[in-house]
Write a protein that binds this ligand. Sequence first.
Ligand SMILES: Nc1nc2c(ncn2[C@@H]2O[C@H](COP(=O)(O)OP(=O)(O)O)[C@@H](O)[C@H]2O)c(=O)[nH]1
Ligand SMILES: [Mg+2]
Length: 459
Amino acid sequence: MYNDDTIVALATGGSIGAISVVRISGPQALGYTEALVKKSIANVVSHRLVLRKLYDSEGLIDEAVISVFLDNKSYTGEDVIEVSLHGSLYISQRLLRAYLKLGARMAEPGEFTRRAFLNGKMDLAQAEAVADLIAAEHKFAHEQALHQLRGGFSNDIKTLRSKLLHFTSLIELELDFGEEDVEFASRSDLMALVVEIKRQVDELKDSFILGNALKQGFALVLAGRPNAGKSTLFNALLNEDKAIVSDIAGTTRDALEDRLRIGDVSVRLIDTAGIREATDAIEREGINRTFKHIESAGASLYLFDPANITVDELTSDLNVLKERGKRIWVCANKLDIFQGDLSGYKTTVADVLKEELWELSAQDSNSVSNLRGEIAQRFTQDIARLGQLTVVTNARHSVALETCSEELQMIIEGIESGLSGDLMSFHLRTGIRALADITGEIDNEEVLGEIFSSFCIGK
Ligand SMILES: Nc1nc2c(ncn2[C@@H]2O[C@H](COP(=O)(O)OP(=O)(O)O)[C@@H](O)[C@H]2O)c(=O)[nH]1
Ligand SMILES: [Mg+2]
């Protein structure tokens, strides 16, 4: 155990609910609680509940359900007591004060989980997943946090690390026998091994861009020429009048953003300034921002009014968008009043983007609700596809993977240029340390262990 002090905090949020839970962890958790209930609960078996009255110097605080976790079988790996009180903030504050008077200390943010990590209850990536799980607001964030908390991500990292350790053992073995000039592994075998490991590291590293985007919610940009109906659709999707709708072109000059929840999917919906030749500097800045949003968004929905744009103009707009944005969906708007033929537009969308043309009247709630369904379906497919993979959603992990990838690149170049074994081993160790940083464990003994475990004594 790393701590000899006992920490206490309100484990439920600071608003009033039916119950609130005060959690206390450390060597005195049980002793302090017994002092408050005025009798022994030491005969209580771990993982049982008891109903007790708690008293401070002023008198009865509350009658509460007390959960007891002893003998390292707790969240933190220390003795933990959780007191479920009636949900009054006054009551929980009074209990906290009573614990503090007895000698407990207020826990710092995340301190229970930090103790869990220090006591070996979970690794660093798992500890981080706890925070993600608590913050999860939608299905994807929830699934990824659960996967990471259960150790799925840590296992991937450990597998990669053990492959690198094996690789290191091959290189360092040669180092030891350097004078005899032995090559234990052929250079091309080493190369194949490190290239494959780097591919896996890169795959994880690259998943961060999407993973992070999904964790924050999918960004969907509404794009199009002025007066296409973007602000009308923005408001209709959100069911509120947030953006100014006007038939004066160029009204929306800065991007507006709001969160839209469709079923399991969380979307960051962004209304932008229309794309056209700007008439003044402010509008030009608005249009620049539109393009920045399109570049960073998960998808863009391009809206057009077929009464006001030719097929050629649409083709040219889509080609520009295709260069800047990742996924472009296209929607013909104002179909409540448009009487013409859409087939030319459909062909263009199919030719340029290999997508179908969606049809919409942003002023009609049925039409908007169909579109909402289409959007949800596309994003749900993304989640399902990503659900099969490990996705990095944490910036710290992504930086560590980046470092590892750079070191592996040095090794690949090193093998080609005949870099000395010493330097190869240096890059390997740096790469391994980066991976170990993710799960929060590193021990140079490990490298040695790997060497000797695959080596038989006497040779
Ligand atoms: N008839 C019809 N008018 C629409 C529709 N959507 C938007 N409008 C009108 O088109 C004009 C421009 O709309 P707005 O949302 O401000 O376009 P934005 O410049 O793309 O944001 C407004 O007068 C809207 O009322 C629609 O589906 N049908
Ligand atoms: Mg607008």
